[in-house]
Design a protein around this ligand. Structure first.
Ligand code: SF4
Length: 734
């Protein structure tokens, strides 16, 4: 058992859902049941929870989740109950047969951004050591990969927020691009309120007037897919007005001349035409951003889920760099990661091109280090595999069998109808999940696994703060952990050691594997996570330099009254003051993580979306989330209160567009693209552009928004273009 486990009256832990990872307490309420209590001492959400977190225990009850393995009966074709031994034997046999008949790369592995760090680590190791396949990726590719790629390119390191979320309250101006955090992570709205109470300005960029946009000083509503041009237009104005920070550019960056030339080619009038944002609004935004003493840009899926997502984020980073708003206190660029372990999920080796510690799979030194920890030869490790969508598209082709954990691509993948067909074309599909998701329902074997409140493990929130979720109750009899699944399968496939089932033991190995890498967890222990309310990586093992202020969870304490910080310095033991490394809440204050310590401007220019409206498909579709549902809805659709609040999909459209098409409020409408069709009731609202319709993506069946979306991929991040495609909207009844 982890330290601190046992039977405290209230077990401190974290929400199972989004990347905010709100702190909460779980109090036993009799046998096999817990209730959520507030935990105001946890600094990120300070006790506040949204309805999803508050109702999360409902999914623990046996009636709403899987409680025993299921295998597909050859005669009836139905999923029927089986023992764990039968189910695991069948998976081992399925994977073994594929490997024997088609080779190791014919077995695919698909993970999830909700898996704990320990599970993500064990899954990556399982794929490469036990299966010997290069074909592993995860659904986080659909979440933050463009921001991660842009981060790496500009700063040499990707951590969603390079500063604590609390800094947002005290910055002078925030541009929030494509995030509706009032609905996706409501407790974070408090930071925006505090920002404005402190005199700061909030600019929201979104084609819809969302609840978040309603809280802004200035709302810019660009045409979908033109965020890149918008950022370039702002940079053009900044340069033209002489508002760049030449000293910062000279001392801390490279590549300005090319980036500047790119921006100057985007005249504001041209940008106005492309984006549809009136020039005076553009000027106002540039003025607010430059006037403030400190300023930030935060992006989310809006600009990132585009076939030019990496360059789009790059354009916003260029704006920050040109104005000296990066690597300085209360300033910088950050990404609001979506999934619960969206940050940690990409650091420990379930991504197609990465090894634990956020190391590159193609780096010989990284391969050697990780292979040593794993006790295998470096040359035995496969190379990089396909990205998530490409992997899913290869199912039933090159890839004949798939092991899937914690993901529901039947609902969440772009062009979902096609992906559903690919899943059906597999020789063998095994799914480990908490519920019988739409994807699990297609499997040959389904394994029921433990949930957040029934297991201990770490996650890393959107600030790079590593947190410990703790077990508060026993799982139902027939349910086992993902770590058990991987250990039992490894054994059946001939690898008897190296897959412990104790999460703390796995974390110990993860620490060693990450040591010296960009995401260094080696100085973090379960005990520290309990005592310090989390620790921000990098946190190398060893001693602090002695010039930090100590303590990993000081919120804003690392920024002094003069606004100067002493953080951002991954530890180099000096012996001056023997303390464990405090972790790194703020990155880049002294230097960026590139070889020469300077950030890189990347020249970018506007280009159209992969699919623009035309005569046949004249309207943009954009997709997103609603307050009461989470991701593919596999969990939240099973919670009564959430389901009552948001029972099904809808199509939001402007009154003028509705009138032109003869569509009335509540009427069933079809949204049709070149890939498919989704049908849902109309929600007529002036809070959206006239050329755009919006659908949430939480539901399967006729209302599945992803039946319509475009899988065109970003050339760098391989992110699909979820946020922009061309559709026709018509009355479903004809
Ligand atoms: Fe959970 Fe996110 Fe809601 Fe917090 S905001 S309670 S982490 S779903």
């Amino acid at each position: 058992a982890a330290p601190g486990e046992g039977t405290p009256a209230v077990t401190p832990t974290h929400c199972p859902y989004c990347a905010l990872q709100c702190g909460m307490g779980l109090r036993a309420r009799g046998a096999g049941s817990v209730e959520v209590v507030e935990r105001p001492e946890f600094p990120v959400n300070r006790g506040a929870l949204c309805g999803k977190g508050r109702t999360a225990p409902e999914l623990l009850s046996p009636g709403r989740r899987l409680t025993g393995p299921l295998v597909r009966d050859a005669a009836s074709g139905a999923l029927v109950p089986a023992s764990w031994e039968q189910a695991l034997d069948r998976i081992a046999e399925g994977l073994r047969r594929t490997r024997r008949e088609h080779g190791a790369d014919a077995v695919g592995v698909f993970g999830g951004g909700g898996l704990t760090n320990e599970k993500a680590y064990a899954l990556g190791k399982f794929a490469r050591v036990v299966l010997g396949t290069s074909q592993i990726d995860y659904n986080g590719r659909f979440c933050m990969s463009s921001a991660a790629a842009a981060h790496q390119r500009a700063f040499g390191l990707d951590r969603g927020l390079p500063f604590p979320l609390a800094d947002v309250s005290r910055t002078g101006c925030l541009i929030l691009v494509g995030s509706n955090l009032a609905e996706t992570m409501p407790p974070a709205l408090r930071y925006l309120t505090e920002l404005r109470e402190n005199g700061g300005k909030l600019i929201v960029v979104d084609p819809r007037r969302t609840r978040t946009a309603q809280a802004a000083d200035l709302h810019l509503a660009p045409r979908p897919g033109t965020d890149l041009a918008l950022a370039l237009g702002l940079l053009h104005l900044v340069v033209a007005e002489g508002r760049t920070d030449e000293e910062f550019i000279r001392a801390r960056t490279r590549g300005w001349a090319e980036a500047r030339a790119g921006a100057m080619a985007h005249w504001p009038e041209y940008v106005e035409r492309i984006t549809g944002v009136p020039l005076p609004r553009l000027r106002e935004a540039a003025e607010l951003f430059c006037e403030a003493e400190s300023a930030m840009v935060l992006t989310a899926r809006g600009p990132e889920q585009q076939a030019k997502g990496t360059d789009t984020v790059g354009a916003w980073i260029n704006l920050c760099l040109a104005t000296g708003r990066a690597g300085r206190p209360l300033s910088g660029y950050g990404c609001l990661t979506g999934q619960g372990n969206g940050q940690g999920g990409r650091e420990h080796g379930q991504k197609a091109d990465q090894l634990p510690g956020y190391r590159k799979l193609t780096d010989p030194a990284a391969r050697e280090h990780v292979a040593r920890v794993w006790g295998v030869a470096p040359e035995s490790l496969p190379g990089p595999g396909r990205s998530a969508y490409e992997l899913l598209e290869a199912l039933g082709g090159d890839i004949r069998s798939l092991l899937l954990m914690g993901s529901n691509p039947v609902v969440s993948a772009p062009r979902a109808g096609h992906i559903e067909e690919r899943l059906r074309a597999l020789d063998f599909l095994a799914v480990a999940d908490v519920v019988l998701s739409e994807t699990a329902a297609l499997a040959d074997v389904v394994l029921p696994v433990t949930q957040w409140a029934e297991e201990t493990g770490t996650v890393t929130n959107l600030e790079g703060r590593v947190l410990l979720r703790r077990r508060a109750l026993d799982p139902p009899e027939g349910v086992r952990s993902d770590l058990y699944v991987l250990s039992a399968l490894a054994e059946r496939l001939g690898v008897e050691k190296g897959f412990p089932t104790d999460p703390e033991e796995v974390f110990g190995e993860l620490r060693r594997a990450s040591a010296g890498g960009p995401a260094d967890y080696s100085g973090i222990s379960y005990r520290r996570l309990i005592e310090e309310q989390g620790v921000h990586w990098p946190c190398p093992e060893g001693e602090d330099t002695g010039d930090g202020e100590g303590g990993a969870d000081r919120g804003d304490a690392g920024v002094g009254s003069d606004g100067t910080g002493s953080e951002g310095r991954p530890g180099r033991p000096s012996g001056r003051d023997a303390r464990p490394h405090p972790g790194t809440p703020r990155l880049f204050l002294d230097r960026f993580a590139t070889e020469d310590g300077r950030a890189r401007f990347v020249p970018v220019s506007h280009r159209p979306s992969a699919e623009e409206p035309d005569e046949e498909y004249p309207v943009f579709l954009t997709t997103g989330r609603v307050l009461a549902q989470y991701q593919s809805g596999a969990q939240t659709r099973r919670v009564d209160e959430l389901n009552a609040a948001a029972p099904g999909s809808f199509v939001q459209l402007h009154p003028r567009l509705a009138a032109r098409l003869g569509i009335a409020e509540g009427e069933e409408v079809a949204v049709v693209s070149r890939r498919g069709r989704a049908v849902a009731p109309a929600r007529v609202s002036a809070d959206i552009r006239q050329d755009t319709v919006f659908m949430p993506f939480h539901w399967p069946g006729a209302g599945r928004a992803n039946s319509v979306t475009n899988p065109a991929l970003d050339p760098t991040s391989r992110m699909p273009e979820f946020k922009v495609c061309a559709v026709r909207v018509e009355r479903a009844t004809g």
